[in-house]
Design a protein around this ligand. Sequence first.
Ligand code: ADP
Length: 438
Amino acid sequence: MPALGTLFLWLLWLAVSAFVGERLDAEGGAVAGLSVALLILLLLQTRRINRLQNWLSDVSQRPPVDDGLWQDINLLLSRQKRQHTVALARLEAEVARFEAAGQAIPEGVIALDQDRRIRWVNRLAVRHFGLDPVADRGNLLTHLVRDPLFAVYMAQGDFEEPLLLHPGHQPGLALQMFVVEFGDAQRLIVSRDVSDREQVERMRRDFVANVSHELRTPITVVSGFVETLLELERDEAVAALPDVLPLLQKQMRRMQNLVADLLTLAQLESAPEQPPMTPVDMPSLLNGMVAEARALDGRRHVIGSQVEAGLQLYGSSTELRSIAGNLLTNALRYSPEGRRVEVIWQRGKDGRGTPCAVLTVRDEGPGIAAEHLPRLTERFYRVDGGRSRDTGGTGLGLAIVKHALTRHGGHLEIESEVGRGSQFRAVFSVERMVPDGD
Ligand code: ADP
């Protein structure tokens, strides 16, 4: 019992002081001795309390060394202090782990307090809502996200359905936003970037609208003719057939071409990532296509060709035929009669001097103005819509070329000058070229 020992020592000290005081001076000596002893005791205790207070207020100091009751108190406090420091460090590590986990969440997260003020945001939420993670802490979110839809959504308090938001600070950004209520009227705002999904949805809608638009005209023409024929007397209808049938045939071809190109695109999109590494005899494929084109063209154009013998590619013959076919058809389709169309297949060098194989289709047609060039490979993009449709064009040819070329690790280069003609170069990288002797 160290405390009792200390108490005993103090009492002994007081008794001895009183006894010594009495011995020195018979009258009041004991009281004086006791008082002096008490004063000394008081001073000693004050010093100890002072040392303890200093240590408690400065963690870095060593704990005071004492004896008896004071040493017990010091040890107890020292142990509690150590436990507290360990618990605090653990808590800090835990908070840091939660913070890191919150930052790693693949969605934006904002924690709001009961007053709807921002308590915490993760990096994605900062990007989604254009926030400042430090300066905006403690601010009202509704003051920072200036969208009436957002304000109404937050005010009405019904969060069953998520909100679709288009924040103004980043054009094209679409967010799906959820509100989760937790704890004591606090809220979590969770945001998900759905820009890609929205863009795909928009493209799908545009695509369906374009296809419907392309089909509407031929269907209207065909049904118009059929109705007229049905209304005619049998003899009149038979007499009209030689004029009507070619027109019907043209519209049917248009629809057939459209369906064929749509199927080709769908096949390209659903095909495996890479076309096969099967050797394709490009010289014989191209020579065959040029011969076919000459036969179909019936000398309306001069079709020249320079095909390098033995220059083969690894790939899909169907897709390579599609690339060459679309470029050649376009050159013939848009060039006036009597002009020259040239097909060239040869080795070349790309921009970095690496070998490549190049299919060039050159014409002396009307040419294409520079502003159209970047958009030519978009689906249904046409420079001359009338001429394209009149000649069986679908607006999908160059989209197919680009898609098939990309799959073969190649790319399309277009040069054109209005009034002078165009040159389309399908460039295939060296990986797709069959080495000589294989
Ligand atoms: P289309 O079936 O209409 O030819 P494409 O995708 O093949 O569709 O071509 C897109 C547009 O590019 C065409 O409508 C046409 O206006 C233009 N174009 C393509 N090739 C040529 C060319 N050789 N000369 C002039 N214009 C061309």
